[in-house]
Design a protein around this ligand. Sequence first.
Ligand code: ATP
Length: 582
Amino acid sequence: MFSRLSPLFPYLRRYWKSYVLGGLALLIYNSSKVIIPLLIGGAVQDIQGGLSVSKVEYHAARIVGVAIVSGTFLYLMRQILIGASREIEFDIRNDMFEHLAKQPPSFFQRHRTGDIMARSTNDLNAVRQLLGPAIMYSANTVIFTAAALPFMLRISPRLTMYAFVPLPIASVLVQYFGARIHKRFERIQASFSDISAQAEENFSGARLIRAFSQEEAEIKGFETANLEYISRSLMLARLMAMLWPTLEFVLGLSLMITLLAGGREVLLHHITVPQFASYNVFMVQLTWPMIAVGYVVNLVQRGAASVTRIHEILIEKPEIDDKDAKPELANATIQGEITFNHLDFAYPTGPEVLHDITLTIPAGSSLAITGPTGSGKTTLVSLIPRLSEAAPGMVRIDGRPIREYPLEVLRHAIGFVPQETFLFSETVRENVAFGVEGASEESILAATQAAHIGTEILEFPKGFDTVVGERGMTLSGGQKQRTAIARALLREPRILILDDALASVDTYTEEQILNALRDKMRGRTAILIAHRVSTARSADRIAVVIDGRIAELGTHDELLDRGGYYADLFEKQSLEEEIVNT
Ligand SMILES: Nc1ncnc2c1ncn2[C@@H]1O[C@H](COP(=O)(O)OP(=O)(O)OP(=O)(O)O)[C@@H](O)[C@H]1O
């Protein structure tokens, strides 16, 4: 168990002062609490000698006084210890987010978003309860029992022996239930991850589900997953429902023994009535700390299950990191020459996708990449910003293996427009200025004009302040693509990569954008993946990728002369254009 909790130790170390301070408050709280039964015993003794209002007032005032001290330190104890657990929760949440933000795209293909969300909410909460209430209640139980026991033994060792007989049974029960709670809780959390993921995918894919009229099927599917979650939760609830009464029964047994055996001790004059009164108050005070043992076991088992689930995410090393980066390149200026050197590439989950690709794209030149769908075009360009990782030395920039550049430097030099455009639920301005701190209004406007979207944005009801995405206006596919191009251009990248980024715009707009790009990208390297010859022909050279190999490479005219895939594509698309125009 201890080793399972070890990922929490660094956090506990960080907040040791709070735990020491909280522990001090806990000590004072329990020390004052332990005085109350003694005061009650004293009061009973005093009153036995004759009852008077002043005596009652005196003893009541003493008990209330101690209760106030005990209450104050109870407040401080909770405030400090629960506060520390909240601070650690804050730190773990930040660490998780930072860790997730550094993971490559492949990580998010392996883990469903809903699962990650469940781990960052439900599991984190279980861990917090382990670090706060569980530590607090268990320390309370230990300290109070340790403080009360000497007094109880002094009153009557025999009575204490009888009263404590049922307690080992409680501990065995707690052990027994604890192991089962742990297993069931793990299964519940896994099931919760499932339904979170299912809900998340349903909301994201809402349009598709409506279009395919799959609402009923999805609702049924969700109901099944939800049913599974509830039935697992009910199994845990049944266990818990058995744990509490069983514990209470054992404690009740102990109280009953105290009354019976204590009464007998009084009758036999082994203990006095005031001592008997004190003893009973001790036993009543012990009830909650003893019950808390069951509660704590439950929290610890849940927390341990959740620590493991969170740790699984935290130990995933980002596959793509800066371990081969050369410090002298921390401020390097990238010129933009890209070389693929006998590049082979396979995704971890599949066969080889790219085979023996050797190609140099000189700095300041443009290359169009075309070829059948699924031939490896996106894969090839995603190796440049290291979204996927090629073997060492197979991809170079300015003659140096890309791994030698710190990721920050490399990616800063690249403007990337992926095939699937993603806009944040923010204003258009924030979307365009993403990743460029302090971008001026003029530069934002210029980038949007170059991407041929500026005028359209100005016509939106709130212009650049229009919120897009989930919380605002829905942009058309072409508008989204052009906003994404503006975002890439604003970075003034040394290398611009457009992955089929003009597919959703008409040929007229395409021409306008290409003209603007030619201007903006003078002296910079540009790679355009395109299925349309009208896009490809604007580049200095064109590469045709078929089945993961470069099948053709040359200028537009050279490839036409060659009479291969590109010439064929040109012929077909020219024919289509003619038909459309007639
Ligand atoms: N993350 C991934 N994991 C495993 N295989 C992948 C992954 N991404 C792509 N592939 C596979 O790699 C091959 C090349 O895909 P890629 O997306 O590079 O093709 P493409 O030429 O860009 O296609 P398109 O023109 O349709 O965009 C395909 O067989 C695809 O199934």
